[in-house]
Ligand binder design. Sequence first.
Ligand code: TXA
Ligand code: MG
Length: 358
Amino acid sequence: MEEMIAEGTRKYTFIKNRMEMQTKILSPTARNIALCAREIATGGVVAFPTETVYGLGANAFAAQAVQKIFEVKGRPPDNPLIVHVADFAQIDGLAASVPERARKLMEHFMPGPLTLVLNKSHAVPGVVTAGLDTVAVRMPSDKTALAFIQKCGAPLAAPSANRSGFPSPTTARHTLEDLSGKIPYILDGGACRIGVESTVVDARSAIPVILRAGAVSAEEIEKLLGAAEIAGTGVAETETPLSPGQKYRHYAPKAEVTASAYNELMHQRITEAFDNAVSTGKNPVIICMDKRIALYGNRSKYIAGANAADYARNLYALLRMADADGFDTVFAEGVPAAGIGAAVMNRLGKAGKGLVFL
Ligand code: TXA
Ligand code: MG
């Protein structure tokens, strides 16, 4: 009898593994948010919108649930996750201590596109932080995200909801493209307002260190705290990456991306490179600003928008579109690397094979 049960269980597991889960996109009604919160409560993972990009969440205190995130995404285990909260009390439960400068950043920029790296409390499982003694925390401003985290009653560990290495999803549809069959639900909050991931700041030292550029700019942080360091360019430069995720190839479509540094004559270099690519049998597309479109004649192009904020909002969708439209090469205009422009230039560089400037 025991053997039969064991046999039956094996068969069941086998069938279950082969069955593709049907992923549902859900509108963010109170009922659907409650359904997704129940999924989280039973150890599941759910994709949800934020103002930056879509996230793939699990209860941050449930190690096994968090482990599923890594499996679903194909994410390297040494890349830690950001923990998403709905209020400051949850941050106090995750961090061993919150220095005064971190409080200031919280009061000024949260909820919003800012992530703080703090010393972690013992309550945070090692799988969340990839064994580091720090934890990254963020309170999104998106109202669906906040309602969902609140309903879960626990902070959510959540990376961007893309397959590891690919551009982050900025719509529910993108999330489905990447994770269809692997997760039960995607909460649909529409297109993300900002479009690039949060600014990550290590707030432990006297001079805060910006580990990843985002919509909260270095200029704003410097203005609030009097100083800020950008990792990799100043005294913060180090052998081991401070933000482990920054060492991986990221945000990359299948097409090869070449980004230009911003200057008034960049269209000349881009046009030349475009024509060269065509003559070697490639199928390239240009990403350019609205007002510069005429400079490229009848060459294939996508419009990034009128300013750096538009570019940030549209960038990942355009990189995905390049693949969908069958382009194998992307030449992207640069923007001045100030404000959110710094985040756009950082992501463009990483979408290519390292920083490739024309
Ligand atoms: O806007 C965002 O931040 C989005 C949305 C979903 O909130 N999330 C996001 O997560 O971009 P992810 O996992 O794609 O990127 C998290 C970044 C990685 O570069 C990771 O290495 C870094 O944050 N990070 C996480 N925990 C860290 C820690 N304890 N110390 C340093 N860096 C950390
Ligand atoms: Mg990511």
